[in-house]
Design a protein around this ligand. Structure first.
Ligand code: AMP
Length: 130
């Protein structure tokens, strides 16, 4: 069965898209640690990051780098934190999180955003993506 992230890529489930190319897709995390929390995924459905084909893995890091650069420009923060967990959704995803404090990486302190705020943030990051 397709993962929820494959359904997002295929447009069956809505997402706040930030960037996309042939192999990768970036969108806002629906339950963000902080404003701008973005997930970057390979379109190919693979559960664990180190099971990825090495070229797809390298491409994922390259795409995440570009998204992180856009995030840094769009969201005022101390830096961008990066994490890969995957215990909830079995489809590789890189968390890119604008952080100011260690706690911003702990996945316990959550930010509530309205639909309008999600849309504005996604557009802002997208506009800075190169
Ligand atoms: P984990 O698998 O533990 O790395 O966490 C999965 C992440 O995916 C969590 O931060 C969720 O908030 C996020 N998530 C789950 N479903 C969606 C969705 N439909 N759209 C955006 N983010 C999602």
């Amino acid at each position: 069965m397709a993962t929820i992230f494959t359904k997002i890529v295929q447009g069956e489930i809505p997402s706040y898209k930030v960037a996309e190319d042939e192999n990768y897709y970036a969108f806002l995390d629906i339950n963000p640690n902080a404003k701008g929390h973005t997930l970057v995924i390979p379109k190919q459905e693979v559960n664990k990051i180190f099971d990825l084909d090495k070229e797809i893995y390298k491409g994922l890091m390259d795409f995440s780098y570009r998204v992180a650069k856009a995030l840094e420009k769009a969201i005022p923060c101390e830096r961008i934190g990066m994490s890969v967990i995957g215990l909830e959704v079995p489809h590789v995803h890189v968390h890119l999180i604008p952080i100011n404090f260690m706690d911003d990486m702990r996945f316990v302190k959550k930010e509530k955003l309205s639909q309008e705020e999600f849309l504005t943030v996604a557009k802002l990051i997208s506009a800075n993506f190169q």
